[in-house]
Ligand binder design. Structure first.
Ligand SMILES: [Fe+2]
Ligand SMILES: [Fe+2]
Length: 318
């Protein structure tokens, strides 16, 4: 993919350095003045080095020590911000109480808006900005796999096998989303719409990759996964109804239809098999399971509010 349009002095400097393969000192020295948008785009781009080709950027920069240093500073700031937003729940057990806790923490809902009121243009805009995650759906979670013990690993592999199409490329979830985009007249090449993505989308993606890439954050990664799966089935049903109301292509409907049933299974697998096995391995990880679960809901709520305010719509709640 092409490098995005810079959003400030940091990404201006970083993208110049990535293209030239040097001058990384300037990147490190422009970190302190970066705005939130600029810092989030810089981290998102540095994470992309681990996933795919960036046009004009040498591949060996993936493990450049100075770029890793810059990535570490940006990740530390992000993690501090995410932890500062979070208050740990008390008197609850992750595997017994997550579903009730999720039900009590419902935030702004884009699916409810799509179901009832969204215009075709709004749904296409949502599809473009969501493509930043959905065209690489599950990829950040795969980093966690080798860090788990036998039972958690087998459970996560079962869930991911389904996400990746159970051996059939046509059932692979991010490919289903790509087909929905193409049928809707959108470009499904990864990253095409990054310049439209608000800060909240960058933060969602950055948080997932941060949790995935750091072994010490495996609890947060799996808590995020559990929360993500537990908030997918019902909204997916609303998305299907909204897309059908607007007459959007069947391929796009199919992506959400797939998630109505799949995620009703995945949420049980995530909580009662994967997270339970992780806790059996190391009960101290319960705190980070909650942190990851909270972060998933909080970032989705922030994203939903940013889109609804972009469209000048009063908050739609589930
Ligand atoms: Fe999926
Ligand atoms: Fe899923």
């Amino acid at each position: 993919m092409d490098l995005p349009t810079p959003r400030g002095a940091l990404t201006e400097t970083l993208f110049g350095a990535l293209r030239s393969g040097d001058d990384f000192f300037a990147v490190l020295s422009s970190l302190p003045e970066a705005t939130p948008d600029d810092a989030a785009l810089a981290l998102w781009t540095l994470h992309q080095l681990h996933y795919r080709d960036l046009t004009g950027v040498p591949e060996d920069l993936e493990w450049d020590p100075q770029l890793l240093r810059a990535r570490a500073v940006l990740e530390r700031d992000l993690e501090q911000r995410l932890r500062a937003r979070y208050t740990p729940p008390s008197g609850v057990s992750f595997t017994d109480d997550l579903f009730d806790w999720v039900a009590e923490h419902d935030g702004a809902s884009l699916a409810t808006h799509v179901h009832r009121d969204a215009t075709r243009e709004q749904v296409l805009e949502l599809t473009r900005v969501r493509s930043i995650y959905h065209l690489m759906e599950s990829d950040p979670t795969v980093w966690v796999l080798p860090r788990l013990g036998v039972r958690a690993k087998a459970g996560l592999m079962e869930l991911l096998y389904d996400e990746y199409g159970a051996g059939n490329p046509n059932r692979l979830h991010h490919h289903l989303f790509a087909r929905g985009m193409e049928a809707s007249g959108l470009d499904a090449s990864y990253g095409t719409y990054i310049d439209e993505a608000p800060l909240e989308v960058l933060e969602q993606n950055n948080a997932m990759t941060l949790f995935g890439l750091h072994r010490r954050l495996r609890g947060a990664a799996l808590g995020h996964l559990a929360s993500f799966e537990a908030t997918s089935s019902l909204p997916s049903r609303r998305m299907v109804q909204g897309l059908e109301r607007l007459g959007l292509p069947q391929e796009l409907v199919d992506y959400y239809a797939e998630h109505i049933e799949a995620d009703a299974v995945h949420e049980q697998l995530a909580v009662h098999v994967i997270c339970q096995a992780l806790l059996d391995e190391d009960p101290r990880l319960e705190a980070d399971l909650w942190f990851g679960a909270f972060t998933c809901l909080d970032l989705e709520d922030r994203f939903a509010r940013s889109m609804l305010s972009r469209w000048e719509i009063e908050e739609a709640v589930a």
